[in-house]
Ligand binder design. Structure first.
Ligand SMILES: [Zn+2]
Length: 260
């Protein structure tokens, strides 16, 4: 009897050595910051692409600078995504840029535009939507985009421009890795607002273990970059690592997704 009790002692003394606790101790907090609208806006292009924060560059296709910005980003070690313009419910047609995905297009036209868009942004490993509150609710359009993403081994980030988006359910159905944006950083153009939104990103990351923010390189690019750079100490203090977006997919990406 005594001998039996002795054998139990190590387990009573070290109850913390369970798998659950080990996971908790080693769990890394990771956040990704996608900067949209490269290829177009010039506001913060250099600040981000020559900066030290590993943002992910979402590049608009078919613009004068699509290729140059994608190559610049890649050369400096930044992850690149295609920022696919999609028709919104409100907004000017000119905000969409050339060859957007609109709901009047046939399935074949959508397919062709998505394939061309991917071609026009070298090094892209993923895709997110620019605007799109109308088109992301159209099941056939979204299905075509997700099918092409699957064929080209691109993951998808739902920018979250409509609560009625079909991206999550169709990506799940077709087995395409997808994550959703948590926070917009610069819907008000001031660096103090961006800092406030970065704190929101930090809090969400602390709760979920990972968080995704989207900012913009164009009109708000300067204040956005300043706000992000000013927040890096706070992220270090909270032990949150800012990483390229692909690092947030827990084991869902294979090698073929990560080779542009
Ligand atoms: Zn955009």
């Amino acid at each position: 009897m005594k001998k039996f009790a002795f054998l139990l002692i190590p387990f009573l003394l070290f109850p913390l050595h369970t798998n659950a606790n080990e996971t908790k101790v080693t769990k890394e907090l990771k956040a990704a910051i996608i900067i949209d609208d490269f290829g177009g806006g010039t506001g913060g292009v250099r600040d981000f692409l020559e900066g030290q924060i590993p943002i992910t560059a979402a590049v608009m296709p078919f613009t004068e600078n699509s290729k140059a910005h994608a190559e610049w980003a890649h050369k400096n070690g930044f992850e690149v995504m295609v920022h696919l313009p999609m028709e919104p419910k409100r907004g000017k047609r000119s905000w969409l840029g050339p060859k957007p995905i609109t709901v009047d297009l046939s399935k074949e036209e959508v397919r062709q535009r998505v394939e061309e868009a991917i071609k026009s942004v070298p090094y892209a490993v993923g895709l997110n939507n620019h605007m799109g509150s109308r088109a992301v609710e159209d099941e056939e359009i979204v299905r075509t985009i997700v099918e092409v993403a699957k064929e080209k081994n691109l993951f998808i980030i739902d920018s979250g421009t409509s609560p009625g988006t079909k991206f999550p359910e169709i990506a799940k159905e077709l087995g395409v890795p997808l994550l959703k944006r948590d926070v917009f950083l610069d819907d008000i153009s001031s660096s103090s607002y961006v800092r406030k939104q970065m704190i929101r990103l930090a809090k969400i990351t602390e709760i979920k273990g990972r968080g995704i923010a989207i900012g913009h390189v164009g009109v708000t690019g300067k204040v956005c970059s300043v706000g992000i750079f000013q927040s890096t100490d706070e992220f270090k203090r909270r032990n949150i690592k800012i990483v390229p977006i692909s690092e947030l997919f827990a084991g869902e990406l294979t090698q073929k997704h990560l080779v542009p």
